[in-house]
Design a binder for this molecule. Structure first.
Ligand SMILES: Cc1ncc(COP(=O)(O)O)c(C=O)c1O
Length: 370
Protein backbone atom coordinates (compact mmCIF):
# COMPACT_ATOMS: atom_id res chain seq x y z
CA UNK A 1 0.00 0.00 0.00
CA UNK A 2 1.28 3.47 -0.82
CA UNK A 3 1.71 5.61 2.30
CA UNK A 4 -0.52 8.29 0.79
CA UNK A 5 -3.48 5.91 1.00
CA UNK A 6 -3.09 5.04 4.69
CA UNK A 7 -6.22 6.09 6.58
CA UNK A 8 -5.29 7.61 9.95
CA UNK A 9 -8.88 8.14 11.04
CA UNK A 10 -9.90 4.49 10.69
CA UNK A 11 -11.46 3.28 13.99
CA UNK A 12 -8.84 0.55 14.47
CA UNK A 13 -6.01 3.10 14.12
CA UNK A 14 -7.68 5.47 16.56
CA UNK A 15 -8.08 2.63 19.05
CA UNK A 16 -4.43 1.78 18.77
CA UNK A 17 -3.39 5.39 19.24
CA UNK A 18 -5.42 5.42 22.44
CA UNK A 19 -3.20 2.64 23.72
CA UNK A 20 -0.12 4.87 23.65
CA UNK A 21 0.76 5.63 27.27
CA UNK A 22 -1.59 8.47 28.37
CA UNK A 23 1.29 10.43 29.94
CA UNK A 24 2.91 10.49 26.49
CA UNK A 25 -0.28 11.18 24.55
CA UNK A 26 -0.94 14.30 26.60
CA UNK A 27 2.41 15.82 25.56
CA UNK A 28 3.33 17.73 22.40
CA UNK A 29 6.31 16.95 20.20
CA UNK A 30 9.26 19.32 20.41
CA UNK A 31 8.92 21.80 17.56
CA UNK A 32 11.16 24.83 17.00
CA UNK A 33 8.53 26.23 14.64
CA UNK A 34 10.80 28.32 12.42
CA UNK A 35 12.35 27.86 9.01
CA UNK A 36 15.73 26.13 9.44
CA UNK A 37 17.53 28.72 7.31
CA UNK A 38 17.63 32.49 7.65
CA UNK A 39 20.18 35.24 7.13
CA UNK A 40 20.33 35.86 10.87
CA UNK A 41 19.52 32.83 13.00
CA UNK A 42 19.33 33.75 16.67
CA UNK A 43 16.52 31.50 17.88
CA UNK A 44 18.17 28.38 19.32
CA UNK A 45 20.92 29.61 21.64
CA UNK A 46 23.51 28.12 19.34
CA UNK A 47 27.02 29.42 18.90
CA UNK A 48 27.41 31.42 15.69
CA UNK A 49 30.93 30.02 15.36
CA UNK A 50 31.55 26.72 13.60
CA UNK A 51 34.92 25.03 14.08
CA UNK A 52 37.67 26.70 12.06
CA UNK A 53 38.39 24.88 8.78
CA UNK A 54 41.91 23.91 9.91
CA UNK A 55 40.49 22.20 13.00
CA UNK A 56 37.85 20.45 10.91
CA UNK A 57 40.61 19.15 8.65
CA UNK A 58 42.57 17.93 11.63
CA UNK A 59 39.48 16.12 12.90
CA UNK A 60 38.82 14.69 9.42
CA UNK A 61 42.32 13.24 9.46
CA UNK A 62 41.73 11.63 12.81
CA UNK A 63 38.46 10.25 11.49
CA UNK A 64 40.39 8.38 8.80
CA UNK A 65 41.73 6.16 11.57
CA UNK A 66 38.34 5.32 13.07
CA UNK A 67 36.87 1.92 12.20
CA UNK A 68 33.26 2.84 11.47
CA UNK A 69 32.23 -0.80 11.14
CA UNK A 70 32.88 -1.28 14.87
CA UNK A 71 30.62 -0.23 17.71
CA UNK A 72 32.04 2.42 20.00
CA UNK A 73 32.53 1.57 23.68
CA UNK A 74 29.39 1.82 25.88
CA UNK A 75 30.93 5.07 27.11
CA UNK A 76 33.56 7.08 25.19
CA UNK A 77 36.27 6.31 27.74
CA UNK A 78 38.94 8.78 26.56
CA UNK A 79 36.47 11.64 26.55
CA UNK A 80 35.02 10.50 29.85
CA UNK A 81 38.47 10.42 31.45
CA UNK A 82 39.33 13.85 30.06
CA UNK A 83 36.10 15.39 31.39
CA UNK A 84 36.58 13.70 34.77
CA UNK A 85 40.09 15.10 34.99
CA UNK A 86 38.86 18.62 34.22
CA UNK A 87 36.25 18.36 36.98
CA UNK A 88 38.54 16.49 39.36
CA UNK A 89 36.12 13.56 39.57
CA UNK A 90 36.36 9.80 39.20
CA UNK A 91 35.56 8.86 35.55
CA UNK A 92 32.83 6.56 36.91
CA UNK A 93 31.05 9.74 37.98
CA UNK A 94 30.92 11.08 34.42
CA UNK A 95 28.36 9.87 31.89
CA UNK A 96 28.53 11.14 28.33
CA UNK A 97 25.43 11.24 26.16
CA UNK A 98 24.23 12.10 22.69
CA UNK A 99 23.55 15.66 23.78
CA UNK A 100 22.56 16.45 27.34
CA UNK A 101 18.85 16.17 26.50
CA UNK A 102 19.34 12.48 25.96
CA UNK A 103 20.76 12.17 29.48
CA UNK A 104 17.68 13.86 30.87
CA UNK A 105 15.71 10.85 29.65
CA UNK A 106 18.19 8.56 31.42
CA UNK A 107 17.62 10.51 34.62
CA UNK A 108 13.87 10.22 34.11
CA UNK A 109 14.27 6.45 33.90
CA UNK A 110 16.61 6.15 36.86
CA UNK A 111 15.71 8.82 39.37
CA UNK A 112 11.92 8.78 39.59
CA UNK A 113 9.10 6.30 39.86
CA UNK A 114 5.49 7.01 38.98
CA UNK A 115 3.90 8.97 41.82
CA UNK A 116 7.19 10.39 43.11
CA UNK A 117 7.23 14.06 44.01
CA UNK A 118 9.37 16.24 41.74
CA UNK A 119 9.92 19.94 42.45
CA UNK A 120 10.92 22.31 39.64
CA UNK A 121 11.19 26.08 39.57
CA UNK A 122 9.53 27.82 36.66
CA UNK A 123 9.91 29.17 34.07
CA UNK A 124 12.67 26.70 33.19
CA UNK A 125 13.89 24.71 30.20
CA UNK A 126 10.64 22.89 29.34
CA UNK A 127 12.09 19.42 28.80
CA UNK A 128 12.40 18.82 32.53
CA UNK A 129 8.71 19.18 33.32
CA UNK A 130 7.89 17.08 30.26
CA UNK A 131 10.16 14.20 31.31
CA UNK A 132 8.78 14.36 34.86
CA UNK A 133 5.19 14.25 33.57
CA UNK A 134 5.91 11.42 31.14
CA UNK A 135 7.38 9.37 34.00
CA UNK A 136 4.27 9.92 36.07
CA UNK A 137 5.83 12.29 38.59
CA UNK A 138 3.71 14.30 40.98
CA UNK A 139 5.04 17.63 39.81
CA UNK A 140 5.21 20.84 41.83
CA UNK A 141 6.30 23.92 39.89
CA UNK A 142 7.43 26.92 41.92
CA UNK A 143 6.82 30.39 40.41
CA UNK A 144 9.71 32.85 40.14
CA UNK A 145 10.36 36.13 41.91
CA UNK A 146 9.29 39.27 40.13
CA UNK A 147 12.71 39.63 38.45
CA UNK A 148 12.32 36.07 37.08
CA UNK A 149 15.06 34.62 39.29
CA UNK A 150 14.17 31.35 41.01
CA UNK A 151 12.47 31.90 44.36
CA UNK A 152 14.84 29.98 46.61
CA UNK A 153 12.74 30.49 49.76
CA UNK A 154 9.62 29.15 48.03
CA UNK A 155 11.62 26.26 46.56
CA UNK A 156 12.93 25.26 49.97
CA UNK A 157 9.40 25.43 51.37
CA UNK A 158 8.07 23.25 48.54
CA UNK A 159 10.91 20.77 49.07
CA UNK A 160 10.25 20.55 52.80
CA UNK A 161 6.56 20.00 52.15
CA UNK A 162 6.78 17.60 49.17
CA UNK A 163 9.97 15.67 50.08
CA UNK A 164 10.73 15.24 46.35
CA UNK A 165 12.73 12.41 44.82
CA UNK A 166 14.17 14.95 42.41
CA UNK A 167 14.73 18.70 42.10
CA UNK A 168 16.17 20.28 38.95
CA UNK A 169 17.66 23.77 38.72
CA UNK A 170 19.01 25.30 35.52
CA UNK A 171 21.61 27.94 36.27
CA UNK A 172 22.03 30.00 34.17
CA UNK A 173 18.46 29.25 33.24
CA UNK A 174 16.92 29.09 29.80
CA UNK A 175 14.73 31.00 28.83
CA UNK A 176 15.39 33.75 31.40
CA UNK A 177 19.20 33.90 31.40
CA UNK A 178 19.07 34.35 35.19
CA UNK A 179 21.56 32.44 37.35
CA UNK A 180 21.50 31.29 40.97
CA UNK A 181 24.30 32.22 43.34
CA UNK A 182 26.03 29.12 44.69
CA UNK A 183 24.75 29.91 48.20
CA UNK A 184 21.14 29.63 46.97
CA UNK A 185 21.79 26.37 45.13
CA UNK A 186 23.38 25.09 48.32
CA UNK A 187 20.26 26.04 50.32
CA UNK A 188 18.12 23.98 47.93
CA UNK A 189 20.56 21.06 48.05
CA UNK A 190 20.61 21.10 51.84
CA UNK A 191 16.81 21.01 52.01
CA UNK A 192 16.44 18.23 49.42
CA UNK A 193 16.05 14.64 50.60
CA UNK A 194 16.75 13.20 47.14
CA UNK A 195 18.57 14.09 43.94
CA UNK A 196 19.30 17.63 42.82
CA UNK A 197 20.26 18.11 39.19
CA UNK A 198 21.98 21.40 38.36
CA UNK A 199 21.82 22.10 34.64
CA UNK A 200 24.90 24.14 33.75
CA UNK A 201 24.42 24.20 29.97
CA UNK A 202 25.32 27.92 29.94
CA UNK A 203 27.69 28.07 32.91
CA UNK A 204 30.68 29.22 30.81
CA UNK A 205 28.91 32.50 30.00
CA UNK A 206 27.94 33.49 33.53
CA UNK A 207 29.59 34.99 36.53
CA UNK A 208 28.27 32.65 39.20
CA UNK A 209 30.44 29.83 40.45
CA UNK A 210 29.70 26.30 39.20
CA UNK A 211 27.91 23.94 41.58
CA UNK A 212 30.73 21.40 41.08
CA UNK A 213 31.81 21.87 44.67
CA UNK A 214 28.37 20.67 45.90
CA UNK A 215 29.02 17.16 44.55
CA UNK A 216 31.51 16.82 47.39
CA UNK A 217 29.06 18.17 49.94
CA UNK A 218 25.91 16.25 49.05
CA UNK A 219 25.76 12.77 47.52
CA UNK A 220 22.63 13.49 45.47
CA UNK A 221 24.00 16.37 43.37
CA UNK A 222 24.30 15.81 39.61
CA UNK A 223 25.67 18.42 37.20
CA UNK A 224 24.53 18.51 33.60
CA UNK A 225 26.78 20.11 30.98
CA UNK A 226 26.83 20.31 27.20
CA UNK A 227 29.14 20.94 24.26
CA UNK A 228 26.24 22.57 22.38
CA UNK A 229 26.57 26.12 23.66
CA UNK A 230 29.95 27.62 24.62
CA UNK A 231 31.78 24.87 22.71
CA UNK A 232 29.70 25.40 19.58
CA UNK A 233 28.93 21.75 18.87
CA UNK A 234 25.10 21.67 18.90
CA UNK A 235 25.12 19.70 15.65
CA UNK A 236 27.46 17.05 17.02
CA UNK A 237 25.31 16.12 20.06
CA UNK A 238 27.56 15.70 23.09
CA UNK A 239 26.58 16.40 26.68
CA UNK A 240 27.47 14.85 30.01
CA UNK A 241 26.51 14.36 33.64
CA UNK A 242 28.91 14.65 36.56
CA UNK A 243 28.28 13.11 39.98
CA UNK A 244 29.62 10.76 42.65
CA UNK A 245 30.93 7.48 41.19
CA UNK A 246 28.44 5.38 43.22
CA UNK A 247 25.59 7.23 41.55
CA UNK A 248 27.32 7.04 38.17
CA UNK A 249 27.39 3.23 38.47
CA UNK A 250 23.62 3.19 39.02
CA UNK A 251 22.77 5.61 36.21
CA UNK A 252 24.91 3.54 33.83
CA UNK A 253 22.40 0.72 34.32
CA UNK A 254 19.66 2.89 32.80
CA UNK A 255 21.83 4.08 29.89
CA UNK A 256 21.39 3.02 26.33
CA UNK A 257 24.81 1.82 25.28
CA UNK A 258 26.76 3.27 22.33
CA UNK A 259 25.00 6.62 22.37
CA UNK A 260 28.16 8.65 21.75
CA UNK A 261 29.61 7.88 18.35
CA UNK A 262 33.33 7.47 17.72
CA UNK A 263 33.17 10.61 15.57
CA UNK A 264 31.59 12.66 18.36
CA UNK A 265 34.21 11.54 20.84
CA UNK A 266 37.03 12.52 18.48
CA UNK A 267 35.61 15.97 17.77
CA UNK A 268 34.87 16.69 21.44
CA UNK A 269 38.42 15.70 22.38
CA UNK A 270 39.87 17.92 19.64
CA UNK A 271 37.83 20.87 20.89
CA UNK A 272 38.96 20.32 24.48
CA UNK A 273 42.52 20.64 23.23
CA UNK A 274 41.71 24.14 21.93
CA UNK A 275 40.91 25.85 25.21
CA UNK A 276 42.48 29.10 23.90
CA UNK A 277 40.06 29.27 20.98
CA UNK A 278 37.09 28.37 23.16
CA UNK A 279 37.94 31.07 25.73
CA UNK A 280 38.24 33.65 22.95
CA UNK A 281 34.83 32.69 21.61
CA UNK A 282 33.20 32.72 25.03
CA UNK A 283 34.59 36.22 25.62
CA UNK A 284 33.27 37.34 22.22
CA UNK A 285 29.82 35.95 22.97
CA UNK A 286 29.73 37.62 26.39
CA UNK A 287 30.57 40.89 24.71
CA UNK A 288 27.94 40.23 22.04
CA UNK A 289 25.31 39.59 24.72
CA UNK A 290 26.18 42.92 26.39
CA UNK A 291 25.85 44.60 23.01
CA UNK A 292 22.39 43.06 22.54
CA UNK A 293 21.38 44.13 26.03
CA UNK A 294 22.46 47.74 25.47
CA UNK A 295 20.85 47.86 22.03
CA UNK A 296 17.56 46.51 23.38
CA UNK A 297 17.60 48.81 26.40
CA UNK A 298 18.02 51.78 24.11
CA UNK A 299 14.72 50.98 22.35
CA UNK A 300 11.54 52.62 23.57
CA UNK A 301 9.40 50.47 25.80
CA UNK A 302 11.47 47.29 25.48
CA UNK A 303 11.83 45.47 28.81
CA UNK A 304 15.11 43.55 29.05
CA UNK A 305 15.86 40.76 31.53
CA UNK A 306 19.50 40.82 32.57
CA UNK A 307 21.24 37.65 31.52
CA UNK A 308 24.22 35.54 32.55
CA UNK A 309 24.01 33.56 29.38
CA UNK A 310 24.52 33.88 25.63
CA UNK A 311 20.96 35.10 25.08
CA UNK A 312 18.58 37.84 26.23
CA UNK A 313 14.93 37.63 27.12
CA UNK A 314 13.05 40.80 26.24
CA UNK A 315 9.51 42.11 26.07
CA UNK A 316 8.79 44.55 23.27
CA UNK A 317 5.97 47.04 23.84
CA UNK A 318 3.67 45.50 21.25
CA UNK A 319 0.25 43.89 21.57
CA UNK A 320 1.28 40.79 19.69
CA UNK A 321 4.86 39.58 20.18
CA UNK A 322 4.40 36.41 18.05
CA UNK A 323 3.29 38.62 15.14
CA UNK A 324 6.44 40.71 15.58
CA UNK A 325 8.52 37.54 15.51
CA UNK A 326 6.79 36.43 12.34
CA UNK A 327 7.42 39.82 10.76
CA UNK A 328 11.14 39.60 11.64
CA UNK A 329 11.35 36.12 10.13
CA UNK A 330 9.44 36.85 6.95
CA UNK A 331 10.41 40.43 6.15
CA UNK A 332 13.89 40.60 7.63
CA UNK A 333 15.07 36.97 7.60
CA UNK A 334 15.90 37.30 11.31
CA UNK A 335 14.92 34.42 13.60
CA UNK A 336 14.26 34.88 17.30
CA UNK A 337 12.16 32.73 19.63
CA UNK A 338 8.71 33.29 21.08
CA UNK A 339 8.58 32.54 24.82
CA UNK A 340 4.87 33.33 25.29
CA UNK A 341 4.10 29.67 25.96
CA UNK A 342 5.78 29.82 29.38
CA UNK A 343 3.68 30.95 32.32
CA UNK A 344 4.92 34.43 33.41
CA UNK A 345 6.49 35.09 30.00
CA UNK A 346 3.57 36.19 27.88
CA UNK A 347 4.77 38.72 25.30
CA UNK A 348 8.45 37.84 25.75
CA UNK A 349 10.88 37.01 22.97
CA UNK A 350 14.38 35.54 23.26
CA UNK A 351 17.35 36.36 21.11
CA UNK A 352 20.76 34.72 21.33
CA UNK A 353 24.11 36.30 20.64
CA UNK A 354 25.38 35.90 17.10
CA UNK A 355 28.36 37.43 15.36
CA UNK A 356 28.71 41.23 15.70
CA UNK A 357 27.18 41.64 12.22
CA UNK A 358 24.25 39.38 13.04
CA UNK A 359 23.56 41.25 16.27
CA UNK A 360 23.62 44.59 14.48
CA UNK A 361 21.29 43.24 11.79
CA UNK A 362 18.87 41.96 14.45
CA UNK A 363 18.84 45.26 16.36
CA UNK A 364 18.32 47.25 13.17
CA UNK A 365 15.51 44.94 12.03
CA UNK A 366 13.78 45.13 15.40
CA UNK A 367 14.06 48.90 15.45
CA UNK A 368 12.47 49.10 12.02
CA UNK A 369 9.72 46.72 13.05
CA UNK A 370 8.91 48.65 16.21
C1 LIG B 1 19.02 24.77 29.90
C2 LIG B 1 19.36 23.81 28.81
N1 LIG B 1 19.76 22.58 29.14
C3 LIG B 1 20.08 21.67 28.21
C4 LIG B 1 19.97 21.96 26.87
C5 LIG B 1 20.20 20.86 25.90
O1 LIG B 1 21.37 20.83 25.29
P1 LIG B 1 21.90 19.61 24.43
O2 LIG B 1 20.89 18.51 24.39
O3 LIG B 1 22.16 20.20 23.10
O4 LIG B 1 23.14 19.18 25.14
C6 LIG B 1 19.55 23.22 26.47
C7 LIG B 1 19.42 23.54 25.03
O5 LIG B 1 18.87 24.48 24.61
C8 LIG B 1 19.24 24.16 27.47
O6 LIG B 1 18.80 25.39 27.14
Amino acid sequence: MKSGTLEDTAPDVEKLVERVRPSVRRESPYVVGAPPEADVKLNQNESPYDLPPALKEEVAERVQEIPLNRYPAEQPERLRARLAERLDLDPAGVIVGNGSNELTYTMGQALMTSGDAVVLPRPMFALYAKVARMNGADLTEVPPREDLTFDTGALVEAIEREQPALVILASPNNPTGRAMPLSEIRAVVEAAPGFVVVDEAYVEFGEEESARTLIGEHPGVILLRTFSKAYGLAGLRVGFLAMRPALGHELMKARLPFMTSRLSEEVALAVLEREDLMSERIAALREATRHLRDGLRAMDGVEVVSSQSNFMLFKPAVENAPALLEHLAEEESVLVRDMSGYPSLEGYLRVCAGTPDENKAFLAALKRAL
